[in-house]
Write a protein that binds this ligand. Structure first.
Ligand code: PLP
Ligand code: CA
Length: 306
């Protein structure tokens, strides 16, 4: 078929596109909120969509909250009530992946925070509790003798405020056991943008450190990988042709939507600007090649119902 141009979504066209959908998947940061503040109009827009009978699901690469905690945040910020079942955070999806991928009784070594541990517990995946690695001596060379748990068959990397060289050592030692030890990461977002052009390093930086040490690539649970959409589709009756992915980034949200055959909406309220969308200037460069397909992205603009 012909390449469909990205277009601004307004008025009648917006009503037609939303009318044709029964499910909307929402990225969270940069679409619904920025940090702890809801974005203007977002809660009201979702309220109208819920009242119109749409199924609303939440798909976020942020591994630092549980499904339950996202449900509470949505309520606190005035969004329509969401049950934890409708929330697909990368912590939950990573736990689900390991539950399926690990042999019975196998455990995960986790670089991550309490939410990741809570989702693993909920999914019944044995894991070493996050915390400082136990060290047998003061020098890094001694750490190569730190005890290893024989049950560990996966290293899982998520957002870890307490990431350390000692943990990196332990992760490498587990991965050096061979391909039987999986390397799984929640997401590759390498920067978390803050107000006024400021930013802090994202989980992708930690993933790169472990990948570099282990000389292998991690399986990525989060967007743009389709695994997150597969989680949604396995828990709800989803017709991709009647599903819209709403996001603020071309290289994660929109790319996943394109890959999975969804209609895509870029909100222009977060990372990707209108100028970048038009020029399709997305980083990193290897994504630029894959995102040529955005020329065929059916919709690319701000979600505004009114
Ligand atoms: N990872 C972390 C640790 C974050 O704090 C955030 C945003 O706040 C993200 C990833 C990106 O989340 P989303 O996929 O909702 O934009
Ligand atoms: Ca986002």
């Amino acid at each position: 078929g012909g390449r469909r141009r990205c277009r601004r979504l307004e008025g009648e066209a917006a009503r037609a596109v939303l009318g044709a959908a029964d499910t909307l998947l929402f990225d969270c940061d940069g679409v619904l909120w920025r940090g702890e503040a809801a974005l203007g109009g977002a809660a009201a827009a979702l309220g109208r969509l819920a009242a119109a009978g749409k199924r609303l699901c939440y798909v976020t690469n942020n591994s630092s909250r549980t499904r339950q905690a996202y449900g509470e945040k949505l309520r606190r910020l005035g969004f329509p009530p969401a049950t934890p079942r409708h929330v697909f955070g990368s912590a939950y999806c990573a736990a689900r992946f390991l539950r399926q991928a690990l042999p019975p009784g196998a455990a995960a070594y986790v670089l991550g925070g309490p939410a990741l541990a809570a989702e693993l517990r909920e999914a019944g995946v044995p894991h070493l509790e996050p915390g400082p690695a136990a060290l047998p001596g003061p020098a890094p060379a001694d750490w190569a003798r730190a005890p290893l748990d024989p049950a560990v068959r996966a290293v899982l990397v998520g957002f870890d405020e307490h990431f350390s060289y000692a943990k990196l050592c332990q992760a490498l030692r587990y991965l050096l056991r061979g391909p039987d030890c999986l390397l799984v990461a929640t997401n590759r977002d390498h920067r978390l943008p803050l107000e006024g052009g400021a930013a802090i390093p994202g989980t992708g930086c930690l993933v790169k450190a472990v990948e570099t040490a282990a000389e292998r690539e991690a399986f990525i649970v989060g967007k743009p990988n389709r695994y997150m959409f597969d989680c949604v589709a396995s828990e709800f009756d989803i017709d991709p042709a009647r599903t819209i992915m709403v996001g603020d980034r071309l290289d994660t949200d929109i790319l996943m939507g394109n890959t999975c055959g969804l209609t895509t909406l870029l909100t222009l309220t977060g990372v990707t600007t209108l100028e970048e969308a038009e020029l399709r200037k997305v980083e990193p460069t290897d994504v630029r090649k894959r995102t040529r397909q955005f020329a065929a992205c059916p919709l690319l603009d701000r979600l505004r119902l009114s």
